[in-house]
Design a protein. Structure first.
Ligand code: ATP
Ligand code: MG
Length: 182
């Protein structure tokens, strides 16, 4: 399974609808400072359901909405990821898996919506579907700036936890704890 395409609408510096295609094996993004490279990674984490806005380099979720034009202030941001699932890593009879997230603000509040293959779902549903394919936004599919130094300075027990997570064991530990509690 790999990301085929990402679509941004009003997300961070992407004031217009922007589609970015990815390759199966390797994709590099290059550009001048401040051109939006890291915003693409933030967009991926946002769509995959990362809940902490700080990791997305924003004070609050609504700061993710494009604000670069005084004349046009959109009230929502949306990021859609299209995965190629021809290898059936995610055990559904679908060649394409589409995950999307939208944040919308009103005068007094903001709302977050998740969609899985076009259907509105909960964040939990997104996490449980994606974890079947080993995709965990809080995990180590994405290596953020500073992660490597952090891993080096961890204790061996903490490092073991990362290996459990990558191997997919941590999820079962969590479910077991939950089941025991019930
Ligand atoms: P570097 O090479 O320095 O790491 P980069 O290509 O990773 O740069 P980003 O951090 O992705 O750049 O983009 C930063 C730009 O995104 C800044 O110019 C910032 O103003 C813009 N930006 C962030 N949030 C918003 C927003 N909500 N609306 C409009 N622009 C935004
Ligand atoms: Mg950057």
């Amino acid at each position: 399974m790999y990301i085929k395409e990402i679509e941004f609408v009003n997300f961070k510096s992407f004031g217009k609808k922007v589609k970015i295609s990815f390759y199966n094996d390797f994709t590099t993004i290059s550009g001048p400072n401040g051109s939006g490279k890291s915003n693409i990674i933030d967009g991926i984490l946002f769509a995959l359901g990362l809940t902490s806005s700080r990791t997305l380099r924003a004070e609050k979720l609504t700061d993710l909405i494009y604000n670069g034009d005084e004349a046009k202030k959109p009230d929502f941001a949306q990021v859609t990821i299209r995965f190629d699932n021809t290898d059936r890593k995610l055990p559904l009879e679908l060649d394409e898996i589409v995950v999307s997230r939208k944040v919308r603000r009103t005068k007094s509040a903001y709302y977050s919506y998740f969609y899985f293959n076009g259907k509105a779902v909960s964040l939990g549903e997104i996490h449980s579907q994606l974890s079947k394919a080993g995709v965990t936004p809080e995990g180590y599919n994405v290596v953020m700036q500073g992660d490597v130094t952090q891993i080096i300075s961890m204790t061996s027990v903490e490092r073991r936890k990362i290996i459990d997570e990558i191997a997919g064991v941590a999820e079962f530990d969590e479910r077991k704890q939950k089941a025991l509690g019930e």
